[in-house]
Write a protein that binds this ligand. Sequence first.
Ligand code: DGJ
Length: 368
Amino acid sequence: MIRIFTFLLLFISSVSAQIRPGQLWPDTDGQHINAHGGGVLFHKGQYYWYGEIKGKNSLAEVGVSVYSSRDLKTWKNEGIALKVSEDPNSDITKGCVMERPKVIYNAKTKKFVMWFHLELKGQGYAAARTGLAVSDSPVGPFVFQKSLRPNAGKWPLNFEEEWKKPRAGEDTLKWWTPNWYTAVKEGLFIRKHIEGGQMARDMTLYVDQKGKAFHVYSSEENLTLHIAELNDTYTDFTGRYITVAPAGHNEAPALFYQDGWYYMITSGCTGWDPNAARSFRAKDMLGPWEELGNPCVGEGAELTFKSQGTFILPVQGKKNAFIFMADRWNPKNHIDGRYIWLPIQMEGGKPKIYWKDEWDLEVFDKKR
Ligand code: DGJ
């Protein structure tokens, strides 16, 4: 009798396939999924979830994980997609910081292309670089190619000719004063990094409606987002980029497209602590971008339900069905960080996110 009851319970839970934000999320081996700051790629009928493999602290001791799923609830650990290097001279040597890996597929080269935020070992967050790794298979092995600061020698597209010259006294301006805001908008940090390339920390990748890929990263000391075009193989920057929300302090960018608009959800900058999310929209990836406010609604909205966004996942086979993927970081024991996945709904042309203790993909079939 008990056996039948247990079987029924298992059967019902597998059929209803609930997503439970903030709870432990066991993979098919029963281990809590270890794919933090992640992103999802859909390829040939399977979803692949890539993320940071965390231990107790936040350093990269192992690399980037990959899990596969057909239903977005049951995830199989496919192992290490990108391994840190044992070579102390490698940019991705064990003990570096490897964050927010994202993977896109390039149909022309048939390669899976991963970009991630890289901080060189022993340098804290000073290096502010992005790394590239490439694979023939979605589950890897990804092979590390290079790391760089993007767009050396290139000025943003939304930049005026007279902003290219340094101004007297600009380095002594007090942060967060009106003159300093103007100076940031008019290239204070861009000018500092024009030779070596722009700083790149929190990041995502996005392929637009025309198949152009973009690397979106927190730049200029995390003050300003850059949206930068990648080349046809997705393995380099073309030099075409824009600045978004200068001195707006945006991290954790995530994007989706619906009914003629690109939407972007970001966070503020408070380390591992949560803060209020922000949202933006634009008709074109290269702007102009318009700010829409905090997309979260209800209790906990001011702290993004104690989480920070990482990716927006388009659900296959359903129209306008997007999941906001976020991390509830646990800096005391990073491996125990939880995943907050919530459906996005549009209200008055703005993305909105409500807390749910548990939910399933059928929410997208209901009239919204
Ligand atoms: C916030 C970022 O979003 C995370 O990816 C990580 O870099 C932490 N800051 C580090 O404090």
